[in-house]
Ligand binder design. Structure first.
Ligand SMILES: Nc1ncnc2c1ncn2[C@@H]1O[C@H](COP(=O)(O)OP(=O)(O)OP(=O)(O)O)[C@@H](O)[C@H]1O
Length: 308
């Protein structure tokens, strides 16, 4: 994919190993029924070239009438959105329009915010993630998350990547070594750290730490990667590496990225969703359409920098 852009969430909950929750993994895996191909709607939507033809896109996430409230304040209003598998979907819009809230509602990170209340549905592979029998911790293994500020654990590079695998029960050293190497290669970090896997992750540069967090997220083989402004704390060179990496990751994963940087959205995404004030999804289309010929005047005004 090659088009031609970049806030923050509370990362504190993410920086802690989730040992008690991770113990539920086995049970949780079974909460996901095997996805029957029939249950996935075929769609002709699509423009991009992330390894599929334009007519061969498959929905992986669908939201229906999604409302999110923080106390009395409504942050998302009736969002209907279908996210295609193995595509990069960018979420853009002015500060406070609900982009991060939307992202967090996909893998139930909003559950960790006391004030947050979610109504409506988020279907992942045809199953509502808010159903009672869905284990949110297992869900977050299938739908991993990367934050604005890199948040490696204060452990070695190797142990950061191996963490989730060990929690899942992988103990064999040869298998672990192979899985760590594969994740670091897929995160475009292996060449830089292969001979220093025992070094503390905190000694890496910011850009390397972010790629390590991506390696940690993909080590457990998720389906979807949610990224909340993953490059906004990085310098241009590190940003460019992350953008190239996102492009590669979309061959294998579905990527949903929040960015304030419209050039970045235009460069890396296949689809773009524009949220505007009040938590409304105003326009959602192929990225080229959004940036070249949007339907709504307000979207055009936002894209051209008239507000936001
Ligand atoms: N933890 C929270 N508690 C209370 N209100 C919140 C919380 N998180 C977000 N909000 C409110 O919900 C609305 C949407 O916020 P959100 O962070 O999702 O927007 P955003 O588009 O991602 O903004 P930004 O681009 O500035 O990060 C805002 O009015 C915000 O103040």
């Amino acid at each position: 994919m090659s088009h031609n852009t970049t806030s923050n969430t509370d990362t504190s909950t993410e920086s802690q190993p989730e040992s008690n929750e991770n113990a539920k993994q086995d049970t949780a895996e079974s909460t996901y029924t095997t996805v029957e191909s029939d249950s996935l709607l075929k769609s002709s939507i699509g423009t991009a070239d992330h390894g599929q033809s334009t007519n061969d896109t498959v929905p992986i996430i669908e939201t229906h009438d999604l409302d999110v409230y923080y106390g009395d304040e409504q942050a998302l209003q009736s969002v209907e959105m279908t996210i295609q598998e193995k595509r990069v979907t960018a979420l853009i819009g002015p500060s406070g329009c609900g982009k991060s809230t939307f992202l967090r509602s996909i893998n139930r990170m909003n559950d960790l915010i006391d004030l947050a209340r979610v109504e409506g549905e988020v279907e992942f592979q045809g199953k509502n993630v808010y159903d009672e029998n869905v284990d949110p911790v297992a869900l977050r293994r299938k739908i991993g998350m990367v934050f604005q500020k890199p948040n490696p654990f204060p452990k070695s590079i190797y142990d950061n990547v191996a963490y989730g695998l060990r929690v899942q029960g992988l103990a064999d050293e040869v298998d672990l070594d192979a899985a760590v190497e594969r994740a670091l290669k897929n995160a475009a970090l292996w060449d830089e750290v292969a001979d220093q896997l025992d070094k503390s992750a905190l000694e890496l540069s910011g850009g390397q730490q972010q790629r390590l967090c991506i390696a940690r997220a993909i080590a457990t083989d998720p389906e979807v990667l949610l990224m909340d402004e993953p490059a906004s704390a990085l310098d241009p060179v590190a940003t460019s590496k992350i953008e190239d990496l996102i492009d590669d990751l979309a061959e294998e994963y579905t990527v949903v990225i929040v960015t304030h940087n419209m050039q970045q959205a235009a460069r890396i995404s296949d689809k773009t969703a524009v949220f505007l004030t009040g938590g409304k999804l105003v326009e959602y289309d192929d990225t080229s359409k959004i940036f070249e010929n949007p339907e709504h005047d307000r979207v055009e005004d936002y894209i051209t920098g008239k507000f936001g």
